[in-house]
Design a protein around this ligand. Sequence first.
Ligand code: ADP
Ligand code: MG
Length: 289
Amino acid sequence: ATPMSIMTATGRGAQAGVLIREAEALERFSTVDTLIVDKTGTLTEGKPTLTDIVAVDDDENRLLGLAAALERGSQHPLAEAIMTAAEERGLALEVTEGFEATNGKGVSGTIGGRRVSLGNRAMMQGMDLGDLEAQAERLEAEGKTAMFVAIDGSVAGLVAVADRIKPTTAEAIRALHESGLRIIMATGDTERTARALAKELGIDEVHAGLLPEDKKALVDALRAKGRKIAVAGDGVNDAPALAAADVGIAMGTGADVAMESAGITLVKGDLNGIVRARRLSEATMQNIR
Ligand code: ADP
Ligand code: MG
């Protein structure tokens, strides 16, 4: 495209909340055939709220209190849901020492001399989940995210959160399908939770339980097959995939590193911005053909 048509498109994009950082991203987007989207914070609000607590010893407040004490050190959207719930119940939180976050898995630390961890099945590696596995499956089939809590190497319960789908997501997915894109969900969340959501939205393909490097590997594998890939995501965990895509699209409501890794940033962070970016790209490239 000519510098002039790119400038025009960049200006029109900015007015519509689509910030184009790399002209090549705009040019390439019209040739993209596959869109990979992150789930939490991209398809959904990314503001999950706590829905369930299952404590093996029936002491819900103790379990939630431990989870919240851990999450105080975390930036993850799931952490906020747990903190808010603990606040609402007026729980006093203990101090966590040696806090550690494991990307795509969960968090851990020492509370009152006990090793506490919180996260998905991968975080609970080597531990027997017992009856909690069935409980988690039931919650996940409802599209909720279940997180296990372990104390000194034994699973002590789980907490579940639900995250609302953004009001604009369904409509945008329809429009993106109409413009010929295959839509793939790539998420660190569990298969069952991801599938429940994908089914509701009519998403073509689901890859769940992914670590940040797995999201990037998915992009690389599809590109190696000759597919042209756009990735939309909001998190630190999406940055490698955004950088590896033909077109990276960051949600302006997400992490800075996601925006630094992407050619396009959507100010409002809803998927309608992707529809607009696609139209801008098509219009820009038509002008020169
Ligand atoms: P997504 O791809 O949906 O944005 P993430 O890669 O950020 O998901 O996280 C994947 C999974 O790892 C979460 O669904 C959760 O089970 C677990 N996890 C990650 N960070 C945390 C945390 N701070 N607290 C609890 N669980 C977490
Ligand atoms: Mg996310």
